[in-house]
Design a protein around this ligand. Structure first.
Ligand code: GLV
Ligand code: MN
Ligand code: MN
Length: 436
């Protein structure tokens, strides 16, 4: 069954315009007006294809094929539509548009809602559902895969109050005030259930899910550098994130001699470099460490920095390695703080264990890729994905396409159009087999 590649690309290009930073990449945080426009776009297309659309209290979107019926297990596919600040046009939304393309193609080949047979003679024995996961990037509340964590029950009621954005607003408050989004009124489709935050409707019945698929750009250099068209993911890296606060002594930048300073930013800089050299020495050349967020107070050119807060995250495909490197980094940070006589507080922020994806699905995908003469590589994912959360409980598979120059989470993020179409066609073929 052939997908419509031009329609897939047109959808991606249209949604890329929903950004808070036009000309400077895509910035589309969850629960923002631009994200509401992207949701509306997806929902309208799904409704036009005769699909059933439900939005839960967390703003995960669940879209069912018109021929779905109760009592059948479900094959899920999906990804996220939120982005990082000044991110790219494909991260997340490619998986959503790919799964939507599968939905639209299937709908065109199914006569009506009462039919489970396509015009090409395929008998569908399972339901197909597209899920758009909310707040995957953690751009608001600092925790990745938030929507999927709530869906599988890893996050629960107390987390609604624990998860807080930079201004101190909790996730619960954000969800309660969704209807205050200034220009969401132009969205004609009701996007939000403006009731109290009710998690009972967010949890999914995992016994009822047969399998889950996520199509994604690789976000790293491997496929493009080695000339592969498709990646079949076998393991998703785990991660552990801490938040470090270093407290020095603020003072005058001109009148305080160098030997008498307790500069929190210099301490943080030294600590971060120590972490970098520790993890760079990984003999497997696999573990990675990043201090991606830093706040400096008072952040003024003529005042010695008094307080610096930064995040440090370690990722690898082995949980022991993640913990060992994180413990070494913490030790190095504490040593720097002690030597420089600055205070140091460390808070565990979040963690996710590495996930091995389903052997059955990897095997099926390899056979299919061989039959289609696709040039593929079985590989790790350095980035985390909503698929990880489902992978604990149900057979889960991920398909990667090459990222040009290995760039992602930046405006330069891009993938050749023919690779985008080939990846979505491979998703189509995979899901169709899975539905039979
Ligand atoms: C999500 O993009 C992540 O891997 O941080
Ligand atoms: Mn993503
Ligand atoms: Mn991302």
């Amino acid at each position: 069954m052939k997908i419509n590649g031009s329609r897939l690309l047109a959808n991606l290009h249209s949604i890329s315009k929903f950004t808070d930073t036009p000309g400077e990449g895509v910035t589309r945080f969850s629960y923002s007006p631009q994200e509401a426009r992207a949701r509306e776009y997806i929902i309208k297309r799904a409704e036009a294809a005769g699909c059933d659309v439900k939005v839960d209290t967390l703003q995960n979107i669940h879209i069912g094929l018109k021929s779905n019926r109760p009592g059948r297990r479900t094959v899920m596919a999906g990804s996220h539509i939120d982005t990082v600040q000044n991110g790219g046009w494909l991260d997340g939304i490619y998986g959503v548009c790919g799964a939507l393309e599968v939905m639209e193609t299937l709908s065109e080949h199914i006569a009506d809602a009462s039919s489970s047979v396509t015009d090409e003679g395929d008998i569908l024995n399972y339901n197909y559902q597209l899920t758009v996961f909310a707040e995957e990037e953690g751009s608001n509340f600092g925790s990745t895969m938030t929507g999927s964590k709530f869906m599988v029950g890893l996050y629960n009621e107390p987390d609604l109050d624990k998860l807080m954005d930079g201004s101190g607003r909790t996730l619960r408050d954000a969800l309660k005030n969704l209807d205050n989004i200034p220009d969401s009124t132009e969205c004609r489709t009701p996007l939000y259930n403006r009731s109290d935050v009710d998690l009972s409707q967010v949890r999914i019945d995992l016994d009822n899910v047969k399998s889950m698929f996520e199509l994604h750009i690789e976000q790293g250099p491997v496929l493009a550098r080695e000339g592969y068209q498709v990646g079949i993911v076998n393991c998703i890296f785990g991660m552990r994130v801490i938040e470090v606060t270093m407290s020095g002594v603020g003072n005058h930048a001109g009148a305080t001699p160098m030997a008498e300073r307790h500069d929190a930013l210099c301490a943080a800089a030294e600590a971060i470099l120590a972490a970098e050299s520790l993890v760079s020495a990984d003999p497997n050349k696999r573990a990675v460490v990043t201090a991606g967020h830093i706040e400096c107070l008072p952040n003024q050119s003529n005042v010695i920095p008094e307080t610096v807060k930064f995040t440090l995250e370690v990722r690898d495909n082995d949980n022991d390695s993640i913990n060992t490197y994180m413990e070494k980094c913490i030790q190095a940070i504490c040593e720097v703080a002690e030597r420089r006589q600055v205070g140091c507080e460390i808070r565990e922020h979040s963690k996710a264990a590495p996930f091995n994806l389903s052997d059955r699905i990897i095997d099926d995908m390899q056979k299919r890729a061989d039959a289609e003469k696709l040039n593929y590589k079985v590989m790790n994912s350095g980035a985390v994905h909503d698929a990880c959360m489902l992978a604990y409980y149900v057979d889960t598979g991920m398909i990667f396409v090459p990222s040009i120059n290995g760039r992602s989470h930046v405006p330069e993020e891009d993938t050749d159009e023919k690779d985008l179409v080939a990846g979505a066609q491979f998703l189509m073929d995979t899901i169709l087999d899975e539905l039979k």
